[in-house]
Design a protein around this ligand. Sequence first.
Ligand SMILES: [Zn+2]
Length: 484
Amino acid sequence: MKKWLCRVLVIVCGAACLPFASACQKEKKIAANYEIVAEYSPELSTVAGTVKLEFTNPTERALETLKFNLYPNAYRENALYKAVSSSYQKAAYYNGKSYGSITVLSVSGAKSWSVGGEDKNILLVELEKALYPDEKTVVDIGFLTKLASVNHRTGVTKNGVNLGNFFPILCGLKDGAFYESVYYSDGDPFYSNCANYEMNFVLPKDYVLASTGKVKAEKSLESKKEYTVYATNVRDFAVFASEKYAVLEKKIGGVKVKYYYYSDENAEAHFETVGKAFEYFSESFGEYPYSEYTVAQADFCYGGMEYPAITIVNPFLTEKEYTHTLVHETAHQWWYAVVGSDQTTNAWQDEGLAEYSAKLFFDAHGEYGVSGKELVADSLAAVREYYRTYGSVFGEADTRMTRNLSEYLSEYEYRSIAYDKGMVLFDTLRQSVGKKKFSAALKRYYKDNKFKIATPANLVAAFERAGVDVAGLVESFTSGKGIV
Ligand SMILES: [Zn+2]
């Protein structure tokens, strides 16, 4: 994601895929296939649907319960962990208070089910019998998502509808068990494995749909329209729709790149920036594996947000912020969408790298007049300012980068650590090992961790394979022991 706070711009993004494979495990096939049927009703502000999940146990142990995230429950009135932090309430809730939720209506193919977790955020599906390794099961879930009026990941906005995280999605597997995370408003509290999706999405015919995946069919149904969309090996699936979208598209390499916008007087120029960033990252890090990449405008209280094969950007940013957000979010296609990381614990790993990738892009594209050196200097100054401020308020500043999202006291702290200190870490790495080895290491990191959830150790291993030992340096940053 990208948050523009008081300083320049800060991005916060996150969702990661925890592929069943850590570096030493054998690669597993895609364990989950989703078939989703859903309909958006603007007059009710709801999405009603079903999720049919075919799941093959990729772990080494028997599973008796499947767990799904119920993210829309973070928008309910009494949520313990609110989707929107207090500092963004006003920007997000444009019509005042508004609430959303997700109701599970039915589950078939299971012995029983219940809604639990720390904050009604988890659907627990008890299977009829234990699912042993490599065994397959199928469950069907009926759900009704009520949408708040909110400029956020899941909500109705003045210009359309944002449907990130709107359906029950399996919790990611971590160490062979489903990983639960509540909806922390600071950061992107998402952790999921790559899966295959087929979605039939119905909406009023005047709406244009932008989503993860590739549209295979579009059918008119009197006053409605049905899209059939497929996506392979993606860690999430997001949908955005608006009656106002205009669309630009072009092929870059073999990939169709698209721009959906409703408020942009410089659409062609912005689309060109997206294309340049896409090309630059493809050449710098590795080939993009999906057939399409979409950037869509969406009313959003932050700068932007990344999902697999689709990025959203807030149209109401300054020109400088807008350009930076387009580049930052596009970088997330490599660092988050393809190479996942645990955003709930190592937010720096994708945010810091997306920021640093943007820095590299601006260095290579002088026509934007953005100095990469200054971006790094700004981040370094921000980290030091954080250190001074928190040091004087709390006696000491916590500078650990590896920590759960729950351990951040504020968005300011999160931004300073994940983005700014992350940026400084990657710049220090590049200064230490040199441009060539840094570039080789990132290519290695991308290649070796595609569709997985990479750990910091996987990042260090990529540098090692490029011929440099950076374990001590990375550890000194992430543990907070090193002085910046
Ligand atoms: Zn980001």
